[in-house]
Design a protein around this ligand. Structure first.
Ligand code: PMP
Length: 426
């Protein structure tokens, strides 16, 4: 009896899919691009056959792993650097150094864009991040400093340390060339109080000083992906419009995890503005505070001040998403987020293996997490609906943890081969 029911069910699903209207598929352009930066963004949407066919709901993944630095973060690195250049905070080939606190992807993107543009890169990260990210960073010529994981209120926490390193390095001596011998000191991104002027004009705009004939020495720049609004803008003006165009607005939901929050906030806000009916849904790993924030507007115990007891990065095998504080980038788009799903490590691991088996897609942990949330959401939508999600990076960045059977065994995370079939059939 059961096998007949299963057969019937799968036949009905196939019928449901067969009735979907044909979708135009846009191919990636084969134009010649201008250097490695020309390869950033404009990623295709890939239809995930296994999940879409089983659900009767189309699941499309934005193939961000195709960016030259291997992740969605290339967009952010490019925008942060170009916005800083436009503000006169960075000048290529003058020895400027980019500093960032990151679990890896953003560092790799900053190092890539940095090399292409003429900046050195210094990355501070927790020492429990997958080792292959460090290796890639070093191959890209970045300096890597690994520190013990710590709470955000600890000054040795990796983001805080990156800010400090940039500041220490960032004392810039600007020497007036031929006209006078006086020195002035301008510190990068400093508050006005920190700026010491010994000569006129009293300006903090480095570009103006350079144009006025001052000589500059190397300076540090803190990329600050968590708080820097350029992160949000990269998605609001990039990822969002691309998805709208690629789907011709024919999209019912957008699913994304959040680390800095730039992706869900920027993309979500843009899509919501143009498609007010769209559902913007957060996929959140275990231990992250964002799920409760979206569902109940509380992070955790209200008596507990922000990040005091907890690690800023969530303790899960899923890297890059899940966080225990509200960042500037997340808050910029929080109003656009309608709902949240919690995804377990076991589910994300099972999804990643399922996608290799059925689709030949070798994805990273946050992509797998997003796709579990897509399946849950699809069950609540009517047949023929369409969900877009982000495939942030590939599995190759996760070989030593998320994709290591030995690591998972040690961590007590089972690889449950049947879990996704069960989830699809439930
Ligand atoms: N996936 C991966 C692999 C990441 O590294 C990150 C960024 N930390 C994200 C997802 C989350 O993106 P965002 O920072 O835009 O929230």
């Amino acid at each position: 009896g059961t096998s007949l029911a299963v057969l019937l069910q799968s036949w009905r699903r196939r019928r449901a899919v067969a009735r979907l209207p044909p979708r135009p598929i846009e191919l990636r352009s084969d134009e010649v691009v201008d250097g490695v930066l020309g390869l950033i963004g404009n990623t295709p949407l890939v239809r995930i056959h296994s999940l879409s066919d089983a659900l009767g709901v189309e699941i499309l993944g934005k193939a961000e792993f195709l960016n030259p630095g291997g992740s969605v973060k290339d967009r952010v690195a490019l925008r942060i650097i170009e916005d800083a250049e436009a503000q006169g905070l960075l000048h290529p080939h003058t020895g400027s150094v980019l500093f960032e606190g990151t679990v890896g992807s953003t560092g790799i993107s900053l190092a890539t864009v940095g090399k292409a543009k003429g900046y050195e890169c210094c990355i501070i990260m927790p020492d429990d991040v997958a080792v292959e990210k460090v290796q890639v960073l070093e191959k890209l010529g970045a300096k890597v400093e690994r520190v013990r994981p710590a709470s955000i209120v600890d000054e040795k926490q990796f983001v805080n340390l990156a800010r400090k390193r940039a500041r220490d390095f960032g004392k810039v001596e600007i020497t007036e060339g031929a006209a006078r011998g006086d020195d002035i000191v301008v510190s990068t991104q400093a508050s006005p109080a920190e700026v010491t002027h010994h000569v006129p004009p009293p300006t903090r705009q480095l570009s103006m000083l350079v144009n006025a004939g001052f000589e500059t020495k190397p300076r540090g720049f803190f990329a600050d992906q968590f708080e820097n609004e350029s992160n949000f803008q990269a998605h609001y003006h990039g990822t969002g419009p691309e998805i709208l165009r690629q789907t011709s607005g024919n999209v019912d939901a957008f699913v994304s995890g959040a680390g800095t929050g730039g992706t869900i906030a920027g993309t979500g806000s843009y899509l919501k503005k143009h498609l007010p009916e769209i559902r913007v849904v957060l996929s959140d790993p275990e231990g992250s505070g964002l799920f409760n924030k979206v569902k109940y507007n509380v992070m955790f115990d209200p008596k507990e001040s922000e990040g005091t007891k907890r690690r800023h990065q969530v303790d899960t095998v899923v890297e890059g998403i899940g966080i225990n504080r509200i960042t500037r980038n997340f808050s910029m788009g929080a109003a656009a987020i309608d709902d949240a799903y919690r995804v377990t490590d076991v589910e994300a691991v099972a999804m990643s293996r399922y996608l290799v088996d059925h689709d030949g897609l070798f994805l990273g942990s946050s992509s797998a997490c997003n796709l579990v949330a897509c399946v849950r959401l699809a069950k609540r939508l009517s047949k023929g609906s369409r969900i877009v999600t982000i495939l942030c990076d590939s599995g190759s960045r996760h070989q030593s943890k998320f994709w290591s059977d030995e690591y998972l065994e040690r961590a007590g995370i089972p690889i449950d081969a049947e879990l996704i079939d069960k989830l699809l059939a439930s």
